[in-house]
Design a protein around this ligand. Structure first.
Ligand SMILES: Nc1ncnc2c1ncn2[C@@H]1O[C@H](COP(=O)(O)OP(=O)(O)OP(=O)(O)O)[C@@H](O)[C@H]1O
Ligand SMILES: [Mg+2]
Length: 225
């Protein structure tokens, strides 16, 4: 089985959209796939279908029930802030060792491809001392880095790539997800990132009306997993 961590330069960049597209594509070609969103903030049970675990479950064609949500997203917090703060507001913590154990068990037991969606960007704090990067390093699995085409994304992207490379994390692909109403054409962002990406494939994803499983970017990305 192969596991891939889906991370990004920040929040709201397109991790769930890319993961859902990949899931739908993999399922359409009968490749087994599972997905996790272990830590989620801003979670409202009454709006579960719109949450990240809800979107992933829909792509997996599994029911969006409390049990299914618990199975893929055990650490849920209601405040729409970073996990360390969201947990503190509920007098809880994200138990890092338990998070690793949960992730590793899923990696061992999932058939086919497992996608683990992180939270926010590469270095969002999970607790007082650890960030998402510690989680990726501990799991030692490859990543897909999702970024945008907004003005400023170049520095965010190169900083994220550098942080991952310094820890010897394999980067399977860099997905440049088109930012709506950006002053920068996505093609220019991709040209520049291609010059800095070294061997990492750079894939562009335009704005789509919905998660279209057969879009070429999802096909290309699936071939890299
Ligand atoms: N290429 C795209 N075409 C159309 N809509 C998109 C695209 N990429 C992302 N979106 C939409 O933009 C919003 C943010 O994307 P998404 O939820 O995937 O980001 P995220 O990185 O997973 O955010 P979070 O940090 O909250 O997990 C969502 O409403 C999503 O459906
Ligand atoms: Mg998401």
């Amino acid at each position: 089985m192969s596991a891939t961590f889906i991370t990004a330069t920040g929040t709201n960049i397109g991790k769930t959209f890319v993961a859902a597209g990949l899931i739908r594509h993999l399922r359409s070609v009968a490749r087994p796939v599972n997905a996790l969103k272990p830590v989620v903030t801003g979670f409202q049970p009454e709006n579960a279908a719109a949450s990240d675990p809800g979107v992933l479950l829909a792509a997996l064609e599994r029911p969006i029930t409390p049990l299914e949500i618990e199975r893929i997203a055990p650490w849920r917090f209601s405040a729409p802030v970073s996990p360390d703060l969201a947990a503190r507001l509920e007098n809880r913590t994200v138990d890092f060792e338990a998070l690793l154990a949960f992730s590793r068990k899923s990696i061992e037991t999932s058939a086919g491809t497992l996608l683990i969606e992180g939270i926010g960007g590469v270095m969002v704090p999970l607790d007082d001392t650890r960030t998402v990067l510690h989680w990726i390093v501990a799991l030692n699995i490859p990543v897909v880095l999702v970024t945008g085409s907004y003005l400023g994304s170049l520095s965010h992207t190169l900083t994220s790539l550098d942080a991952l490379r310094r820890r010897d994390i394999a980067i399977k692909a860099l997905v440049v997800n088109e930012t709506p109403d950006s002053t920068v054409p996505i093609a220019d962002t991709m040209d520049t990132l291609n010059r800095f990406a070294d061997q990492v494939p750079v894939l562009g994803l335009p704005r789509l009306p919905s998660v279209v499983a057969e879009h070429l970017t999802f096909v290309d990305l699936a071939a890299l997993l």
